[in-house]
Ligand binder design. Structure first.
Ligand SMILES: [Zn+2]
Ligand SMILES: [Zn+2]
Ligand SMILES: [Zn+2]
Length: 466
């Protein structure tokens, strides 16, 4: 029976569809769609881990976002697996998971339907939506099975272990879109041929590159200033100077050990400065350590813009930019904003920045389809005509317009946006039945107290009541 194949239903007061699974054979992943949450028995580690991987690597939102808890009485959960779940519980009692479940469930309900076929955008969407609904950072997990020693599990599910460049590429793009702010974790050194972090560092002979070296102390005899390897001084358990034949008794009084001397067992060369090399254990290339790649590893925390994007859903960026003449891309907008902040610092003038955002209930703009796009285009046209030629406009996340208004203070921009808001609200209400779309605005002065990131975050959060 199909029911029996998907674990046992857990009794809760709210009668949610929450399943406890301990037998992982022949599980039908599609059953996840109708589950509100899943609890997995960790006594079968392998089965549990592979089921979690299967769920989280899906591109179906109602599958990959499902809250998953692990039931483990005493065993410690592998960090990689733990990062793909929503916590470990020690019993099936409702109160052990209900709080976390409700938080996630509430945020999942805010997400608007998105539709695009771009594989990379799908991965980015998934990463921001997963971390938004969990309200947590994407953390780098130490893993000896990772090609570089660190793993971002949700991202890695979509790439082969060794595709480090592609993984970093996606992360860097998301940071470029200002979806994440970086929290430093570590620095890794990687093979510049294959990106592996599995390197064997060793000192080698500068003449023949052999790592078969013998090291000993160098002895400096104070009285006669003779310097030679320790073995040259040793005669019948005593230390006798080979130059002046005197007995060396006390270190610091008769002699000292100024450094080490290397002898190559392969070619006999003596030297004081060895060369540090790294052998890549993956592709067997030998590197000088200064030619290794170094890459900083970060934890990724959603910005306000990232949270907005998670709710609204990402769309391929070139689309929105080319569809709206008079509007610039968000990254260019950011550059203008940075310049404007600098200009204000030097000129002492006042400029402002503002946002105008459409808030619609989840799934509404999906059901509106083409009509939503038409409304957005009309609003864009309207905004362009109502603002000054010197104002700079961008449109992000399929729902928010941002504006830089040079030499206009916050109050003037606010009243301008307010007028626009009224007109737009009328436009929406007369064009869309039961639209339920609310237009919100906010304006801020541009001054030296806020950098461009803070300013944008502020424009996107707690957008004032209509
Ligand atoms: Zn040698
Ligand atoms: Zn001597
Ligand atoms: Zn390599």
């Amino acid at each position: 029976m199909a029911n029996d194949q998907f674990g046992k239903k857990v009794q809760t007061q709210s009668d949610k569809e929450i399943f406890f699974i301990s037998d992982y054979t022949d599980l039908d992943i599609k059953r996840v769609v109708i589950s509100d949450a899943i609890i997995l028995d960790y006594s079968n580690r392998e089965g549990c881990a592979s089921f979690i991987r299967q769920v989280r690597s899906s591109f179906v939102e109602s599958i990959y976002l499902v809250p998953i808890f692990i039931l483990s009485i005493s065993e410690e959960i592998d960090a990689y697996i733990a990062s793909l779940t929503d916590g470990t519980i020690h019993s099936l009692q409702e109160e052990t998971f209900m709080g976390v479940y409700q938080g996630i469930d509430q945020r999942i309900k805010q997400l608007q339907t998105t539709d695009n076929n771009d594989q990379e955008i799908k991965i980015q969407n998934k990463i921001i939506r997963f971390h938004y609904t969990r309200q947590r950072r994407m953390k780098a997990i130490i893993s000896s099975s990772s090609h570089i020693g660190y793993e971002f599990p949700l991202l890695s599910l979509h790439f082969k272990n060794a595709n480090t460049e592609e993984k970093f590429g996606i992360l860097d793009k998301m940071v470029g879109k200002e979806l994440f702010r970086l929290r430093y974790e570590d620095i890794v050194h990687l093979c510049n041929n294959c990106y592996s972090g599995f390197l064997n560092y060793r000192e080698v002979c500068p003449k023949c590159q052999s790592s078969d070296l013998y090291t000993e102390n160098l002895i400096h005899h104070f009285v006669c200033a003779h310097v030679a390897p320790e073995s040259d001084y040793i005669t019948n358990d005593q230390m006798i100077c080979p130059k002046c034949n005197r007995l060396l008794r006390h270190i610091g009084v008769d002699y000292d050990k100024p450094s080490l001397i290397y002898t190559c067992n392969s070619c006999g060369h003596h030297f004081q400065d060895s060369v540090m090399q790294a052998l890549c254990m993956n592709c067997q290339t030998i590197h000088n350590v200064d030619s290794l790649l170094s890459r900083k590893i970060y934890n990724y925390e959603l910005t306000a813009l990232g949270e907005e994007a998670a709710i609204g859903g990402l769309v391929p960026s070139q689309k929105t930019e080319s569809e709206m003449p008079g509007f610039i891309g968000f990254s260019t907008f950011n550059i203008f904003l940075k310049y404007e902040i600098e200009r204000i610092k030097n000129s002492g003038k006042t400029s402002s920045a503002g946002s105008l955002s459409l808030r619609s209930p989840a799934a509404l703009n999906a059901s509106m389809g083409i009509k939503y796009t038409l409304v957005i285009n009309e609003i864009a046209e309207f905004l362009k005509n109502a603002t000054l030629a010197t104002d700079i406009l961008t449109f992000i996340n399929n729902n928010t317009f941002l504006i830089i208004s040079p030499d206009n203070d916050k109050f003037r921009l606010e009243s301008l946006l307010n007028n626009i808001r009224h007109s737009i609200q009328k436009l929406i209400d007369s064009n869309v039945d039961d639209a339920n779309i609310v237009v919100k605005i906010k304006a801020e002065n541009i001054d030296s107290s806020k950098n461009h990131n803070d300013l944008i975050n502020s424009l996107l959060t707690n957008i004032g009541a209509p």
